[in-house]
Unconditional design. Structure first.
Length: 334
């Protein structure tokens, strides 16, 4: 069997059982956006790591060193946000060609430092080595109030599925770059969302403090893939409403101009790095009001948690079948 048959998450499931047994009290490992290690009686450390590989996750021809430095930290901070934590420390390991210009490296660290300083994250160490292509690994340590930590396993039947932001902008930005479409203020806005995503840390910390919020994680592989992680861990099903997915004005404009299926892009493209949460339906109205007052936008309803184990889509009230799925590093279908 080849890895593209097994898939990314089949691979993880193949070895994870050996490392999730006999963990010390309070320690949680594989299965969420971060590992959890007790810090003291009230708080726990959240630890996450992400790997970015040239030609797989980014192209130097379409991403500036500053944006790559920023994004390499942002994707790990988003994991901390997905569990309601605050980032504290980072470790950066980077492999570079020996022919790389030092100016490129300086600009990379300028972008990394920009986000680190804005979120009060301290870079404490890492490693460097030589390679043919660029490889970047970032490990982030954060902290959260233990009884506020949100997991993928806490969704309940009837919960409203919510997104903290627009979906599909990053995928649209990538498409514009790869297809070399004309640049204008609208397409540039979408490109910016792809190369310079903002981790929803404040949103995650606030949502984690609300008892009406059950499960939560960040949206990195696309809504289609990520809701299935919640389904698997919470032993539930889900239905998503394509016609209710939050689309930005920029995405709507480009979709109309280029004939894109914007709703499918919003469901499957990935790398939006907003948050996916399930909310008690009786608490949603008050939560949404509080969220809008703090963040100046709605807590967008995108679906509902159901019984069973299947994911279904509705468009205009009718069942709908997507032609694509969310991202999987090894699947030939991604």
């Amino acid at each position: 069997m080849k890895l593209h048959t097994l898939g990314e998450f089949g691979l993880i499931q193949r070895f994870s059982p050996f490392f999730t047994q006999n963990l010390p009290l309070g320690v949680e490992g594989i299965g969420d956006d971060c590992a959890i290690i007790p810090q003291n009686g009230q708080h726990s450390f959240l630890i996450t790591t992400d790997l970015l590989i040239e030609s797989i996750h980014f192209l130097t021809t379409t991403t500036s060193p500053e944006d790559l430095g920023y994004k390499s930290l942002a994707v790990s901070l988003s994991d901390i946000a997905g569990m309601g934590g605050k980032p504290l420390y980072a470790f950066l390991s980077i492999a570079l060609p020996s022919t790389m210009e030092v100016d490129w490296v300086d600009r990379f660290f300028q972008g990394f430092r920009q986000l680190a300083e804005s979120e009060n994250v301290l870079l404490l160490g890492g490693d460097t080595t030589r390679s043919e292509e660029i490889a970047i690994n970032v490990l982030v340590i954060g902290s959260a109030q233990t009884d506020h930590i949100k997991r993928r396993s806490q969704a309940k039947e009837g919960d409203i599925i919510c997104s903290t932001g627009y979906l599909g902008d990053s995928g649209a930005g990538l498409k514009i770059l790869l297809e070399n479409l004309p640049h204008n203020p609208i397409t540039e806005a979408l490109i910016h969302q792809h190369v310079h995503p903002r981790p929803h840390l404040s949103e995650g910390e606030w949502l984690a403090s609300q008892v009406g919020v059950h499960a939560m994680m960040d949206i990195s592989d696309g809504l289609d893939s990520d809701i299935q992680h919640i389904m698997e861990r919470s032993h539930c099903g889900a239905k998503l409403y394509l016609d209710k997915l939050p689309l930005s004005p920029s995405l709507k404009t480009c979709a109309k101009q280029y004939g894109w299926f914007a709703e499918e892009m919003a469901a499957t493209a990935g790398e939006d790095y907003c948050l996916l949460a399930t909310v008690n339906p009786n608490a949603y109205a008050a939560l949404n009001l509080g969220y809008q007052q703090l963040f100046d936008r709605p807590l967008f309803k995108v679906g509902e948690i159901t019984t069973g184990s299947t994911l279904s889509y509705l468009k205009d009230g009718q069942p709908f079948q997507l032609s694509k799925t969310g991202f999987d590093h090894f699947s030939a279908k991604s």
